[in-house]
Write a protein that binds this ligand. Sequence first.
Ligand code: ATP
Length: 223
Amino acid sequence: MKREYAVIGLGQFGGSVCRELSEEGMDVLAIDLLESKVSEFRNIASHAVIADSTDEKVLKELGIRNIDHVIVAIGEDIQASILTTLILKEFGIKKVTAKAQNNYHEKVLVKIGADQVIHPERDMGRKIARSIISNNFLDHLELSDDHSIIEIQASNKMIGRTLVDLDIRVNYGCNVVAIKSNATNEMNISPLATDEIESGDILIIIGADKDISRLEKKLVIDD
Ligand code: ATP
């Protein structure tokens, strides 16, 4: 089913959310105060309108109450971001994602009912720092502040051994959720304890960041 979204604030962040959702075929209502921003998105979003999202009446007229998920991507004007989020939650919108400028802003957004608060700059900074620290991860997906999924190339300590030999769950508290085989190029998404790891395989592992670091140190760095 085609889901309906609205993106309020078409800056760098809101603009790229709007673009991605539209490219994925979603129905997107794009809103900004500025004509220049709105005209940029006329051919991208399903609808693009100039509006002040702190104006309750205008939001009502736009039919925003029928939208499943609204992304509030107003940055600098913290007051407008808070007021917009408050109006949207009062309208009963199921999911409101709001962008926070700082920790105080985040606290207020959570208090007034934002369902998801994101700090794109902070989160990207963390992700980049982690990838700089660990050259061993092919990819790194942050699940929460302290849990991730990582992709790692099989190290010498892993090659020729089975998952039960390595006992990653018991030894490191992490789970190998999939193995991409170098030989067949196929993704084994429910590896068995008896599956043997071969040279060039890629392991996809989920766990707490501290456990992943331990595993990395023992099985990869000290290899
Ligand atoms: P980014 O870093 O994502 O570019 P930012 O954090 O610098 O954004 P702003 O540029 O302050 O955020 O805001 C993003 C957009 O939100 C701007 O295009 C701005 O015109 C729009 N905006 C600000 N206030 C409102 C409002 N009340 N209603 C609708 N749009 C608004």
